[in-house]
Design a protein around this ligand. Structure first.
Ligand SMILES: [Zn+2]
Length: 374
């Protein structure tokens, strides 16, 4: 396989079909790829041996997008403009990545937006879009030093990009801190009901296939928070429709925070935790009663030295635990505790306060030990 799942990095994917093409002779892309399905996250993609560089050259030299927009394109851009004009202020900058004919940028321009920028790999597209309020830049989504923008829009671009992770990192770095990005792609969950000709949605250019869920997941794992998302379709004539899904995201406030790093930080923080109450009991070796045999107690066997404490008994309020065995001792009913000097160590995540009350109500004189912060 050439590509791992771009959403979840799984490489145990299912090949659904090997799609073959007869390409024009000047096209330097592989003439076939596997359509694969990731069973972990639902992402569908072309497992092509082409590289991002191959695709960069392809889009630079084989542009078909500078042509005037079709009726269907206008319908598509109308819907996008209507959505984004609700959220984006006229004073704020907008970068469209892959602007093609520039029709969407011109809609913004016509409606009073002035800080408009377009990035496109095709020289024809860049040369053709002549407008005083639109600054055009020839380059691709991975280009460096394009600038910083308040808002970024990608209309039917992300399904064309091989290096999805690189693209999203690039968008992240091009966005201002409080910026938002709108991404729209074909919605694969509407392919069947909008089927026109066989494999119409799978071609040499459309190499990523999302639904609302996998698109949102993709954004989430790349440090964006989804503000809103949806599905749509628009009329392409002959009573046919083109299906799409979209997300509007903002940069996550904590810069560069990836889910993996976030959870790793949580794990590291957990591992730093000390349990002085338990250490004292290990040192003193005084007999104790442990109240609670749930997950906290079970974890503390490996994370703290609970196993080295001198534990006389366990008690638990849970009827299904009473009478069972834990660490070679029978779990007792709290009513079996004899009032006296043996300390009770309470190990309960959420019930410590209630257990202290219960001990008072039972009239037990035993000293009570609980872990701080619980
Ligand atoms: Zn996946």
């Amino acid at each position: 396989m050439y590509r791992k799942c771009e959403v979840c990095k799984n490489d145990d994917v299912e090949v659904l079909y090997n799609l073959k093409f007869k390409l024009m002779e000047h096209i330097k892309l592989p003439d076939n790829y596997d359509i694969v399905f990731c069973p972990v996250c639902g992402f569908v993609y072309a497992d092509t041996k082409a590289t991002q560089d191959d695709y960069d050259i392809f889009y630079r030299d084989n542009n078909i997008y500078e042509n005037d927009p079709s009726q269907s394109d206008i319908a598509k851009y109308d819907m996008i403009f209507n959505e984004l004009s609700k959220h984006w202020d006229k004073e704020d900058s907008i970068l469209e990545i892959g602007f093609a004919s520039g029709s969407l940028l011109k809609m913004f321009e016509k409606n009073g937006y002035t800080k408009l920028f377009g990035l496109d790999p095709s020289k024809e597209c860049v040369d053709k879009l002549n407008s005083v309020s639109i600054t055009t830049i020839q380059g691709n989504i991975l280009s460096k030093n394009v600038g910083k923008f308040k808002n970024i829009v990608l209309s039917h671009v992300l399904e064309h990009i091989l290096d999805v992770e690189g693209a999203l990192n690039s968008i992240y770095s091009m966005l201002e801190e409080d910026g938002t990005v709108y991404i729209e792609v074909p919605d694969m969950m509407q392919y069947i009901e909008n089927n026109t000709l066989p494999f119409n949605f799978f071609d040499i250019e459309h190499i990523n296939h999302y639904n609302q869920s996998s698109l949102s997941t993709l954004m989430f794992v790349h440090s964006f928070d989804v503000l809103s998302s949806g599905t749509k379709k628009w009329d392409i004539g002959d009573n046919k429709f083109y299906p799409a899904t979209w997300v509007l995201c903002k940069k996550r406030n904590n810069p560069k925070l990836k889910v993996r790093d976030y959870i790793k930080t949580y794990v590291d923080t957990c591992l730093e935790r000390k349990y002085p109450e338990i250490e004292d009991l290990v040192k003193s070796q005084e007999e104790i009663i442990v109240w609670g045999t749930g997950s906290l107690t079970q974890r503390l066997y490996s994370m703290a030295n609970l196993s080295e404490c001198n534990i006389l008994n366990y008690v638990d309020n849970s009827k299904i635990k009473i009478g069972t065995s834990f660490n070679n001792r029978v779990v007792l009913n709290p009513n079996d505790i004899a009032s006296g000097d043996i300390p009770i160590l309470i190990l309960s995540v959420y019930g410590t306060g209630e257990i202290i009350e219960q001990i008072k109500e039972m009239g037990l004189s035993n000293p009570v030990i609980s872990l701080r912060c619980i």
